[in-house]
Design a protein around this ligand. Structure first.
Ligand SMILES: Cc1cc2nc3c(=O)[nH]c(=O)nc-3n(C[C@H](O)[C@H](O)[C@H](O)COP(=O)(O)OP(=O)(O)OC[C@H]3O[C@@H](n4cnc5c(N)ncnc54)[C@H](O)[C@@H]3O)c2cc1C
Length: 443
C-alpha cells in the first residue's frame, strides 16, 4: 500500500527547502543580467585590448628607466577609421546609447542606471513575494537579504574582475550605484523579515529579546540599519571619514552577528571574502610611495607633481592619494590625473600631475600646509623656479577613466566645470599629442 499523499493546499510551507530555491533563482537572474552586460561590452573590450588600453595600469603606476623603446609608442597612433558603413552603424548605436546618459535633476543617477536599478528591485521583490506566506513565515525576505551579499561586495571593491571585463572607464566609482542598491535591498529584506517576525512574536506572546535567535536577529537588523543610515548621501557628503570608519566597523560586526543568527548565512559570506581578498591583493600591487612637489596656485588650488611616474595610467584616470603631511596619514582622497602619461603628453614638462581644489578640511589643510611651506622656503626656492613644498605621497591606482577612446573620433567637444576640469585636461592632453604626432605638419 502506497503512503497517503498530503494535498498541496494542506502541506506546511517548509521555508528551509523553498526559500533557498528562491535565493538560487535570484542569483541566476542577476548573474544573467551581468552576463548580458559583459556580452554587450565585449566589442569595446576587444577594441581596447587591441589598442593596449584594457589592462593599462593593472599593476599600478610605473617608472621608466629613462629608456623609451620604439614599441612604447605603438598605441599612440589614432585608431584607424572603419568603413563608412560600419562608422554609420557605430554612430547610430552610440546615439541610441547616449539617451541613457540623461540624468534627471538632483538624482545623481542617469536613465540607464535608473532602468538597471528598477529591474533589480523588481527581481528582489518578486523573489521575496512569489508564493511566500510572508505573514505566517517571513523567512523568504531574510533569505533574499542574504543573497544580496555577493552583489554588495562585487560592486563595492575598488579592484574587481568586473571592471576589467567591462573595459576601460568602468571603475568602482561608476559601478558603486549597484553596491548602494544591493545594500538597501538587503536592508529592505531584513526589515520585512524582522518586522513580520516581531509581529508574529507579539501575536503569540513570545519574547522578542532574550533567546539567542531573536537577540542576534534584532542586533543584525540594528547593525544593518546603522550601515544604511550612515551611508545616506548627506552623511557621506558632510562626514566622509566618519562614514567610512563606521561602514568598515559595522559590516564586520554585521558578518559576525548574522552568522550567529542563522547557519544559512555562512555560505553567503564566502563570495564577499573572495572579492575582498582579491581587492586587497590587487591593491598591494598598485600601491606606490613617491616624492612629490606641492605648489599652491592660490588659496583654492594645490598642484601636486608626483616624481618618477612615467607610465601605467590612461588619460582621465584617477588615483587615491595619501599625502604624508601634518597628521593626515590615514586619509586617502581620489584625485584625477590632469596630464596624460609622458609618452602621450604635449606638456613641456610632463609627468603625473594632480590638482586639489580646496573643498573641505583635507584639501584646505593641504593648501594651508603648502602655502606655509612655500612662505618658509620662498627665499631659498626662488632661484629654483618658484616656491614649493616637498612631501612623500602614497598612490593607489589608477582607477576609472574614460570608457571611450577619444582618438577614434574626428571631432570632440569637451565641456567641464569645477574639479571635473582635471578629467577633461588629461583627455585633451592625450588627444592633442596623438594628433600632433600623427599629423606633424598640419598644426
Ligand atoms: C573619482 C573622483 C575624482 C576626483 N578628482 C578630483 C580632482 O581631480 N580634483 C579635485 O579637486 N577634486 C577631485 N575629486 C573630489 C575630491 O576627492 C574631494 O574634493 C576631496 O576628497 C575632498 O576632501 P575634503 O576632506 O577636503 O572635503 P570633505 O568636506 O571631507 O568632502 C567634500 C566632498 O568630497 C567627498 N569626499 C571626501 N573625502 C573623500 C574620499 N576619501 N573619497 C571620496 N570622496 C570623498 C565627500 O563625500 C564630499 O562630497 C574627485 C572625486 C572623485 C570621486
Amino acid at each position: 500500500m502506497s503512503a497517503p499523499v498530503i494535498p498541496s493546499s494542506l502541506q506546511i510551507y517548509n521555508s528551509y527547502v523553498e526559500d533557498p530555491i528562491w535565493q538560487g533563482n535570484f542569483t541566476v537572474i542577476w548573474c544573467s543580467g551581468l552576463a548580458i552586460t559583459i556580452a554587450v561590452s565585449l566589442p569595446s573590450l576587444i577594441l581596447s585590448l587591441r589598442h593596449g588600453r584594457s589592462f593599462k595600469g593593472i599593476t599600478g603606476i610605473s617608472e621608466s628607466t629613462g629608456y623609451r623603446s620604439v614599441s612604447s609608442d605603438d598605441n599612440k597612433s589614432l585608431p584607424a577609421p572603419g568603413s563608412p558603413q560600419s562608422r554609420r552603424l557605430v554612430g547610430a548605436w552610440n546615439a541610441l546609447v547616449s539617451q541613457t546618459y540623461w540624468s534627471p535633476p538632483k538624482l545623481e543617477l542617469n536613465l540607464g542606471q535608473i532602468i538597471v536599478l528598477s529591474a533589480y528591485l523588481a527581481a528582489v521583490l518578486v523573489c521575496i513575494i512569489k508564493d511566500a506566506p510572508l505573514i505566517s513565515n517571513p523567512n523568504r525576505a531574510g533569505f533574499l537579504a542574504l543573497a544580496q551579499f555577493p552583489v554588495v561586495f562585487l560592486f563595492a571593491t575598488k579592484n574587481s574582475i568586473l571592471s576589467l571585463l567591462l573595459g576601460p572607464g568602468n571603475g568602482y566609482e561608476k559601478l558603486n550605484f549597484m553596491h548602494r542598491m544591493a545594500g538597501r535591498t538587503m536592508f529592505l529584506g531584513g526589515c520585512i523579515h524582522g518586522a513580520l517576525w516581531i509581529r508574529n512574536h507579539l501575536q503569540y506572546g513570545l519574547p522578542i529579546l532574550g533567546p539567542q535567535k531573536e537577540t542576534s536577529g534584532v542586533a543584525s537588523l540594528a547593525l544593518l540599519g546603522i550601515i544604511v543610515l550612515t551611508s545616506l548621501r548627506p552623511v557621506r557628503r558632510l562626514f566622509y571619514e566618519c562614514f567610512f570608519l563606521v561602514h568598515v566597523l559595522t559590516y564586520v560586526a554585521f558578518f559576525v552577528t548574522i552568522c550567529y543568527h542563522t547557519m544559512y548565512a555562512s555560505p553567503w559570506i564566502f563570495p564577499p571574502l573572495a572579492f575582498y581578498g582579491a581587492d586587497v591583493l590587487m591593491r598591494l600591487l598598485r600601491y606606490r610611495i613617491k616624492d612629490a612637489t606641492l605648489t599652491a596656485q592660490d588659496a583654492h588650488m594645490t598642484l601636486i607633481r608626483v616624481h618618477s611616474c612615467d607610465d601605467g595610467w590612461l588619460a582621465g584616470q584617477h588615483v587615491r592619494l595619501r599625502v604624508f603631511f601634518s597628521n593626515r596619514v590615514f586619509e586617502s582622497h581620489p584625485l584625477t590625473i590632469l596630464s596624460a602619461p609622458p609618452s602621450h603628453s604635449c606638456l613641456s614638462s610632463p609627468g603625473l600631475i594632480l590638482g586639489a581644489r580646496t573643498n573641505g578640511d583635507w584639501t584646505r589643510a593641504l593648501n594651508n600646509y603648502t602655502l606655509k611651506e612655500q612662505e618658509r622656503s620662498q627665499v631659498h626656492e626662488k632661484s629654483e623656479g618658484g616656491p614649493s613644498a616637498l612631501v612623500h605621497v602614497m598612490l593607489d591606482g589608477p582607477y576609472g577613466g574614460s570608457s571611450i577612446d577619444l582618438g577614434g573620433y574626428e571631432s570632440v567637444l569637451l565641456v567641464a566645470g569645477g574639479s571635473g576640469v582635471a578629467f577633461t585636461l588629461g583627455l585633451l592632453d592625450d588627444i592633442v599629442e596623438r594628433w600632433v604626432s600623427c599629423h606633424p605638419y598640419q598644426l
